[in-house]
Design a protein around this ligand. Structure first.
Ligand SMILES: [Zn+2]
Length: 463
C-alpha cells in the first residue's frame, strides 16, 4: 500500500482536509528501528509502505484502501455466487479469500506469498486437483487440505471439525499460560475468580469462529465434553460428578448455548447492516428460498430461532430492531430455555438430591462455591463443600458399598457408627468441636428468621 494513494483515496471518499492532513502527518515521517535482544539498530529506516503496525486507525485505513479492488471484483461477475448475489471475495483487512467455480466448485486462497489452493468438496462430487495446475506469477501454488481464513480453519470437507480441534488446541495453550496466576483448580484461586477468568480469557478462544462453522452432532458433543472436563478441573469436582452440577455451581451456560448466542448476535448484525450489502441480500435470499433441510447457515439460524421461540428472522430483516433490544431479547430467551432445562435435569440426579429446586441461575455462581474471604484456608474448604453437596464426597459407607473388597463402613474418626452423610455432618463425636459453633450459628439465624416471620415482616430467606 502506497501512502500517496491512500491520501488520494481519503480525498475521494470526502474526508475533511483537516483529517487528511493529520493522517498524512502520521505517515509522513514514519520511521522504524529493529529491536533485537534488547539492543536497537543504529540507523532507522523510512517506512514508505503499509499501515502502522497495531495502530488504531490501521484497519480502517487499510479497508478504505482495499475497498475499490473488492468492489471491482464484486462487480466483475466473476467467481463465486449464491443465486445472483456475487460473493467472490470475503475479506477481513488483508485476509482475502477468493471463491470461484472451477468446472465444479472450487475455493482459492490468495495471499501474496502464502497463497494456497483449497479445493472444496460439494455435496456428492469430488474433483481431482493436480499439483502444478494453479500458478501465481509462474510459481506453482500448493494444494492443501486445510487453510485458515480470518482465523477460522477451513478444510476440504469438514470445517467445523478442524476449527473445533484448532480451538481446543489454542484453549489448552491459554489455560497453561494462566496457570501461573492460579487457574488450576485444586489449591489455586477461588472458584468465583477462576470462573471470571475463564469467561474473559478462555471462552472467547474456545468458541472463536463457531458461530460461522456451526458444530453439530459428534463434533459438538466432543466440544461439550472437553468444556465440562475443564470446568470440573477448575471447580475441583470429581470427574464422575453429575453434569448439571457443573453448570449449577459455576452459573455458566453449556457451550451450545454460548454458540447459539453468538449466532443470534451475528444475525442481528447482518439484519441491521445496509440493505445493499451482500450479507443482507444473502440473508433475504436464503431465508426466502431455502427449504428446511438445506445446509445454509441462515436455515441453521432459523432453526435456532424456532428453538428459543424467537420471532421469524425474515421479519427482523425488514423491521429493524436496535442492537440493544435484539441482544436483550435473544439473551433472555436463551437464558430462560437453559435455566429451565438445567433445573429440570438437576431433579433427575439422585446425587443432587440435596440441591434445592430451581437453584441454577445464569451468570450467578452458586453460594456454595463463594469464598467468605481471600484466606487460602477458607478457599481450600470450598471443594469439600461442593463435593458433599453434589454427592461425590466419598464416605466410609460409600467405600463399603462400592469396593469389591471387604471394607468396614464404620467411621474411622470416632469408631462408633457407620460413617454416612448424616453421621459425618451431625453425629460424629470427633467432629463435635468444629461443628458446635457452626450449629449454634445456624440455630441462631433460623430462630431469628422464624421470629421475623411470626411478626409478619416480609423477608428474603436467601439473606
Ligand atoms: Zn464418626
Amino acid at each position: 500500500m502506497v501512502h500517496a494513494n491512500l491520501i488520494k483515496r481519503l480525498h475521494q471518499y470526502g474526508f475533511s482536509n483537516q483529517s487528511i492532513l493529520s493522517i498524512d502527518n502520521l505517515y509522513q515521517n514514519a520511521v522504524s528501528y529493529v529491536k533485537w535482544d534488547n539492543s536497537f539498530s543504529e540507523d532507522y529506516f523510512k517506512i514508505e509502505q503499509g499501515v502502522q503496525q497495531g495502530g488504531t486507525l490501521s484497519a480502517d485505513l487499510y479497508k478504505l484502501y482495499i475497498n475499490p479492488l473488492l468492489n471491482f471484483l464484486c462487480d466483475s461477475g466473476l467467481g463465486g455466487k449464491i443465486g445472483n448475489i456475487n460473493c467472490c471475495a470475503p475479506t477481513c483487512a488483508d485476509d482475502v479469500a477468493l471463491l470461484a467455480y472451477f468446472s465444479k466448485r472450487e475455493g482459492y486462497h490468495l495471499q501474496p506469498s502464502k497463497s494456497v489452493i483449497l479445493p472444496v468438496k460439494s455435496k456428492a462430487k469430488t474433483i481431482e486437483t493436480n499439483l502444478g495446475f494453479w500458478k501465481l506469477n509462474d510459481t506453482v501454488m500448493p494444494v492443501v487440505d486445510k487453510a485458515s481464513h480470518i482465523g477460522i480453519t477451513r478444510s476440504q470437507n469438514n470445517s467445523a471439525q478442524t476449527t473445533v480441534e484448532e480451538n481446543l488446541k489454542k484453549t489448552r495453550r491459554a489455560i497453561y499460560s494462566l496457570m501461573g496466576t492460579g487457574l488450576h483448580g485444586e489449591n489455586g484461586l477461588d472458584p468465583e475468580t477462576s470462573i471470571a477468568m475463564l469467561r474473559t480469557y478462555i471462552l472467547p478462544i474456545l468458541t472463536y469462529g463457531l458461530e460461522i462453522v456451526i458444530p453439530k452432532g459428534k463434533i459438538l458433543d466432543n466440544l461439550q465434553i472437553q468444556y465440562k472436563k475443564l470446568l470440573k478441573q477448575i471447580l475441583s469436582l470429581n470427574i464422575n460428578v453429575a453434569d448439571p452440577a457443573v453448570y449449577l455451581i459455576s452459573g455458566l451456560l453449556p457451550i451450545e448455548a454460548e454458540i447459539h448466542l453468538k449466532i443470534l448476535s451475528l444475525f442481528g448484525n447482518i439484519a441491521r447492516s445496509n440493505k445493499n450489502s451482500s450479507e443482507w441480500k444473502l440473508a433475504e435470499r436464503q431465508l426466502q428460498i431455502k427449504s428446511f433441510d438445506s445446509n445454509s447457515w441462515f436455515i441453521d439460524m432459523k432453526k435456532i430461532c424456532i428453538k428459543y421461540n424467537l420471532e421469524n428472522p425474515l421479519s427482523l430483516l425488514y423491521n429493524e430492531m436496535s442492537k440493544g433490544k435484539w441482544k436483550k431479547m435473544t439473551t433472555t430467551a436463551v437464558h430462560k430455555y437453559w435455566t429451565t432445562r438445567i433445573n429440570e435435569e438437576i431433579m433427575y440426579y439422585s446425587s443432587l438430591k440435596y440441591i434445592p429446586t430451581s437453584s441454577f441461575k445464569v451468570g450467578k455462581i452458586h453460594p456454595l462455591a463463594l469464598a467468605n474471604s481471600a484466606n487460602q484456608r477458607d478457599i481450600n474448604r470450598i471443594p469439600i463443600r461442593i463435593k458433599i453437596a453434589t454427592g461425590t464426597y466419598i464416605l466410609q459407607t460409600n467405600r463399603a458399598a462400592y469396593n469389591q473388597n471387604n471394607v468396614d463402613p464404620t467411621c474411622k474418626l470416632c469408631d462408633q457408627a457407620e460413617e454416612s452423610l448424616s453421621h459425618f455432618l451431625l453425629c460424629c463425636r470427633a467432629l463435635d468441636q468444629i461443628r458446635t459453633p457452626i450449629l449454634k450459628n445456624i440455630i441462631c439465624k433460623c430462630s431469628e428468621l422464624l421470629a421475623l416471620q411470626h411478626s409478619n415482616i416480609q423477608l428474603d430467606i436467601c439473606n
